[in-house]
Ligand binder design. Sequence first.
Ligand code: PGA
Length: 251
Amino acid sequence: MRRRLCAANWKMYKTNADAAAYVGRFVQRTSAIPEHVDLVLCPPFTALHTVAASLSAGQGPPGRVKLGAQNMHWEQQGAFTGEISAPMLLEIGVQYVILGHSERRQYFGETDEMVRLKTAAALAAGFTPIVAVGESLQLRREGATKEHVLFQVRAALEGLALEDLRKVVIAYEPIWAIGTGENCDAVAANDVMHAIRGCLSGLEEVPILYGGSVKPENIAAYTAQPDIDGGLVGGASLDPDAFAALAASAA
Ligand code: PGA
């Protein structure tokens, strides 16, 4: 059976002080979350170290909550002002990295080719990449959802060896559902996610997450679907109690 996974994408929220307070509260709540739900916190770069330190100082079982980054450059080092590389993240204890989030694609010009380079670099460094894909409202209206999403998945994973492909996590996030409160119907989401699972051999057993206005009240409707293994959560992950409740419901 595939494991469940709930990943908190804090986006550009929380200072170090906020992050430490969050982790202190969140670890107290993890005992109520079944073991087969993997938990990942993805703070902004500036709070990664604080979250790592707070997790190791916390009361929860060691390793229960994993650390993730929200982005990564594909080069190891170099003249890339403002960027962060895999060795820098590894040193802090990062294990997951979100790549190709629609906000990166939309506001920072990330292309499918950049997402492919980042995914390969993340796997080479030993990270679990959470590769995000999703269609705009216009593409959905045009009936081009699956075509677009499958193109993004294939482009991101192109050239990977089967053993690497099996280490990937995919997040399907319809852009029109992100931060809008207008979440995608669970059956419709599952339909796209089923197509993702079938589009490349090696994806049969990988976790595929739904993202887009996931809340404690609606996550169970998603994880009840056969191809939905958890959530990539923005807004509802900013409150430790809400994210813990959501992860417990995802079980
Ligand atoms: P949301 O964001 O949960 O606030 O809709 C999800 C995401 O962007 O990963």
